[in-house]
Design a protein around this ligand. Sequence first.
Ligand code: FE
Length: 205
Amino acid sequence: MIELPPLPYAPDALAPHISAETLGFHHGKHHKTYVDTANRLIQGTDYEKLPLEEIIRKSAGKPDDKKIFNNAAQIWNHTFYWHSMAPRGGGKPDGKLAEKINQDFGSLEKFIEAFSAAGTGQFGSGWVWLTLAKGKLKILATANADNPLTHGEVALLVSDVWEHAYYLDYQNRRADYLATFLDKLVNWKFAEENLVRAGDAAKAA
Ligand code: FE
């Protein structure tokens, strides 16, 4: 049984950048529906007892399990997205992450430019991620429910570029939503924790 994780802040905590109405629908309807649907689909199958990440890895690329993959991955992606934002987020990364961004993208400005371009350029529904791939930071745009787990990359940060993430607040202006995400909402601390954890895991392996 997969549980719907609570939002890590109040539904109005990201206003005015993302309204309580958007977050209420996005978490309470969209995210919850993925959880309910996944639970219904895995009932009585080999997937039923597996942790969420295992369900995603195991169902990826299997045509018969496409619906299970889509719903399970969307659960994981949304939980990761809530944590990729914070009330009074934005500003600049520091520590190891800031160093690594400068190293791999040239500067924070160049990273922001590339992340925005990948997010606005993702045709249709999807996600734009900052990942760690073979020890290097990378921007990955994925379609629909796809995510870094199926690419062998480690997710550090994500923005949801499905229309339901921004339409009530920004209508069709995805670029404005992404600019606000990077300027006012992004949770650099979460991204840095993920980077440090990935480094520790690599050392232990
Ligand atoms: Fe979404």
